[in-house]
Design a protein around this ligand. Structure first.
Ligand code: ADP
Ligand code: ZN
Ligand code: MG
Length: 480
C-alpha cells in the first residue's frame, strides 16, 4: 500500500510596526535589554484598556489582499483564554470567527494552496529558562502577530517548505514583516497526515510545533510522513497529537495528546469595538500593494529573457532585483536588441554569481554595496565590448566592491585594458614560448592541455589583459 502526504500549515509572523498591538510601547525585536518596552496595558494590569493599532490591521489586510483573500468588512477581536506565565492577562487577544481575511490562495510550483484565513492577534512574552528558574521578558508581549492558516492542500514536504518561503517573500514585499525565521519573527507549525493513495478521506493529523527554519519544516514533515506511513503499513493507528522537532535526533517527539487539548473558551473582546471597513478602505490598501514576487518573477523572465534560476535569485533578494533593473536601465540607449540582450544576460550573470559571491563572503548586504548601478553597467559594457577580458573583469569587480571606484579608472590604473594590438600580444607570446620549452614541445606533440597552459602563462604575464581567445589563435599560428 502506498500512502500520500497531506499537509496544512499554520504560520505566525511578527509585524514590523513601530508600536505594539494595543499600546504605544515600541515594537522592537532587536531590543536586547529585557522588560524595557512595557507598560500597564501590555503587562496586563487590571483596568487598562487596549486600543488597536491601525497600522497592524492595515498590514494584515494587505497580506490578505496579496493572497487574493476576501477581506471582512466587519471583523472583531476575541479573547482566547488560557493560563501560562508568558500571557500576563490570562488570555490572548486574537480573532476567532470573524478574521480579517478569508479564502485566499498561494500558488506554489504550479499548485494552488488555499489559504483558509489570515488574522491578527498579539504575541506572548518570552520565557527564559536556566538552572535557577525561569525569567519572563515582556518586550514581545502585545507585539502584533499575523496568523495564517492553510487548507490541507499541500502534498509534499518540499512543497510545504516552498509555501513557507514564498509566503516569507510576500510578507517582505508587502512590508508587513521581515519574517526572519532565525530571529523567530516567522514561526511555523505543520499539520501532517497520510492517506492511502487516491483515498478521499483525510487521515488523522499530527501537529508539529515550533519549526524555526525552512529546512526543519521540510525535515519534520518528511519524518512524519515516513513515521505515519510505516505505522499504518504495519497495521498501526495514528494518534492525534502535538509533536515537537528534536533537532539533535532529527525526529519528531510526542508532546501532548488530543485528550489534553485545551478548551480556550473564546468570547468577543468586550473592550474593543467591532471593526468596520468601507470597500473604499480596502481599495485604498490594495492600491498600496507593490508588485508581488510571483508577478515580478514572471515579468523578469519575460522582459529580460532571464532563466528561471536567475529570475528566482533576483526576486528572492528584492534589493538585488531592484539593483539589477537599475543597472540594466544604465546599459545604454543606442544598442541593437541583440547587443542589449547580451549585456542584460551579462548583468544578470555578474550580479547573481560574482557580485552575490562577493556579498556572501563579506558581511555586506546589497544595500551596503559601494558599486553604483551606473558603474556596474559600465563594467558590463566594457566586458561586452571586449575592452577587458573575463579574468580582468573579475579583478575589476573585486576592486570596485572594495572601494566603489569607477571601473574605467581601475582598468587604467592597473593596466588591465585588453590588449588588442597584435604586435603587443605577439611579444608576450614569444617570451612565453622562450620560457616554456617543455610545454612548447608538448603542444607540437599534439597535447591540447599544453596550449591552455601557455595561454594561461601569457594571461598571467599580461595581468589578465590579453583576450585569451585571440592569444590562443596567435599562439597556434606561432607554433605551427
Ligand atoms: P484543529 O481544529 O485541530 O485546529 P483545523 O481544522 O483548524 O484543526 O486545522 C488546523 C490546520 O490543520 C490547518 O492548517 C488544516 O489545513 C490542517 N489540517 C486539518 N486536517 C488535516 C489533516 N487531516 N491532515 C493534514 N492537515 C490537516
Ligand atoms: Zn505596552
Ligand atoms: Mg483550528
Amino acid at each position: 500500500m502506498k500512502y500520500e502526504p497531506v499537509i496544512g500549515l499554520e504560520i505566525h509572523a511578527e509585524l514590523a510596526t513601530k508600536s505594539k498591538m494595543f499600546c504605544t510601547c515600541r515594537n522592537d525585536p532587536e531590543e536586547t535589554k529585557a522588560n524595557v518596552n512595557v507598560c500597564p496595558i501590555c503587562l496586563g494590569h487590571p483596568g487598562t484598556l487596549p486600543v488597536p493599532n491601525k497600522a497592524a490591521i492595515n498590514e494584515v489586510i494587505k497580506v490578505g489582499l496579496a493572497l487574493g483573500c476576501q477581506i471582512a468588512l466587519r471583523s472583531k477581536f476575541d479573547r482566547k483564554n488560557y493560563f501560562y506565565p508568558d500571557l500576563p492577562k490570562g488570555y490572548q487577544i486574537s480573532q476567532y470567527d470573524l478574521p480579517l481575511c478569508e479564502a485566499g490562495k498561494l500558488t506554489v510550483d504550479g499548485r494552488d494552496i488555499r489559504v483558509t484565513r489570515v488574522h491578527l492577534e498579539e504575541d506572548t512574552a518570552r520565557l527564559q529558562h536556566d538552572s535557577k528558574g525561569s525569567l519572563v521578558d515582556f518586550n514581545r508581549a502585545g507585539v502584533p502577530l499575523l496568523e495564517l492558516v492553510t487548507e490541507p492542500d499541500i502534498t509534499s514536504a518540499a512543497q510545504a517548505k516552498r509555501f513557507a518561503e514564498e509566503l516569507q517573500l510576500i510578507l517582505r514585499y508587502v512590508g508587513a514583516s521581515s519574517a526572519d525565521m532565525e530571529k523567530g519573527l516567522m514561526r511555523i507549525e505543520a499539520n501532517v497526515s497520510v492517506r492511502e493513495e487516491g483515498a478521499k478521506k483525510l487521515g488523522t493529523k499530527v501537529e508539529v510545533k515550533n519549526l524555526n527554519s525552512f529546512k526543519t519544516v521540510e525535515r519534520a514533515s518528511e519524518y512524519e510522513v515516513r513515521r505515519q506511513s510505516e505505522a499504518l503499513a504495519h497495521g498501526g493507528k495514528i494518534a492525534q497529537e502535538t509533536r515537537g522537532w528534536d533537532e539533535a535526533g532529527q525526529k519528531t517527539v510526542s508532546q501532548r495528546s488530543k485528550e489534553e487539548a485545551q478548551e480556550y473558551r473564546y468570547f468577543p473582546e468586550p473592550d474593543i469595538p467591532i471593526l468596520i471597513f468601507e470597500s473604499q478602505d480596502i481599495e485604498n490598501l490594495k492600491a498600496q500593494l507593490p508588485e508581488l514576487p510571483q508577478d515580478r518573477r514572471a515579468r523578469l523572465r519575460r522582459e529580460y529573457e532571464l532563466g528561471g534560476e536567475a529570475a528566482d535569485l533576483l526576486v528572492r533578494d528584492k534589493a538585488l532585483g531592484e539593483y539589477f533593473e537599475h543597472a540594466v536601465s544604465e546599459l545604454g540607449e543606442d544598442l541593437s536588441p541583440e547587443a542589449l540582450n547580451l549585456r542584460i544576460q551579462l548583468t544578470s550573470n555578474y550580479l547573481t554569481s560574482d557580485l552575490l559571491g562577493l556579498i556572501q563572503s563579506s558581511s555586506f548586504s546589497i544595500e551596503d554595496v559601494k558599486i553604483t548601478p551606473e558603474n556596474f553597467a559600465e563594467l558590463i559594457s566594457m566586458i561586452a565590448e571586449k575592452k577587458i577580458s573575463t579574468p580582468a573583469a573579475k579583478t575589476v569587480l573585486k576592486e570596485m566592491f572594495g572601494t566603489g571606484a569607477d571601473p574605467s579608472h581601475i582598468v587604467e590604473e592597473r593596466g588591465l585594458a585588453q590588449m588588442s594590438d597584435e604586435q603587443g600580444i605577439r611579444v608576450i607570446l614569444q617570451q612565453v614560448i622562450r620560457d616554456n620549452e617543455k610545454a612548447v614541445s608538448e603542444v607540437r606533440a599534439g597535447k591540447e592541455k599544453a596550449v591552455k597552459f601557455l595561454v594561461g602563462q601569457a594571461m598571467a604575464q599580461s595581468k589578465g589583459a590579453l583576450d585569451p581567445e585571440r592569444a590562443e589563435e596567435l599562439l597556434r599560428q606561432l607554433l605551427s
